[in-house]
Design a protein around this ligand. Sequence first.
Ligand code: ZN
Length: 282
Amino acid sequence: MKKKKLKTLPKIILILLIIIVIALCIIPSKKEENKNNNQEVKEEKNKYEKISYYKKENKERYIAYEKENPTLTLEQIITYVNIGLDNPYYTNTKPADNLNTNLLLVNKYNYLTEDYVPSNLENISTTYARSGMQLVKEAKEAFETLSENAKKDGMNVIAMSSYRSYDYQVNLYNNYVAQDGKEAADKYSARPGYSEHQTGLAVDVYNLDLPYTSFEETEEFTWMQENAYKYGFILRFPKDKVDITGYQYESWHYRYVGKKVAKEIKDNNLTLEEYIAKKVEN
Ligand SMILES: [Zn+2]
């Protein structure tokens, strides 16, 4: 009887030891698992922050916009919300930043005040424009060089509309509204203060033969597609970017941004809105 008890005790100790060893192995790996789970939750929460142009103050808007647009990439969500596209046009508007610079952004979320007149406005030579056309000095010089070089290639790229004052846009917009109604007018014309033409950096061109609205059909348009960026101009309202710019496609409307930015925008197929939301604002 005594002998048997003595034999059982080491067995019990051995079993206890095995249980302790197993427990010691399992507990840390469980801990590790929990840690990983927590990390995943945190990563899900902060996935927007991985994008360099993420803005903390827009976080709730990213989440809401992603829910509404589940097919968009993370980059698109951040870019579009930064542009303001999660709000209807002409809502959540603010005065434009970067006044009197080449990166002045004026669109349906960023406006110029009634009294904003760009500094350094100059007349474009009538060799390259209808009379009385003005642009900001740097843009004017670039446009004249562009038009001159187009001429050397046998093309006419002529400015038919450029700087437009706030008051001019008031009349223009009101006439369009009277003619087509507000909803239609908003698709092709800017409300006063929201026109890029008030920046002195935008120009509408034609080729002297066809009305500017037919510019796409001309060989001058093809020339502009290949060359405008070399002079610092971009096609401002491209066909495939209507939802971003808020404007229907305009083959005739070009915007001066400077050579470096124009090349980057062209190479990456961006709009000015996307360029600024991705590159400038962070
Ligand atoms: Zn225009």
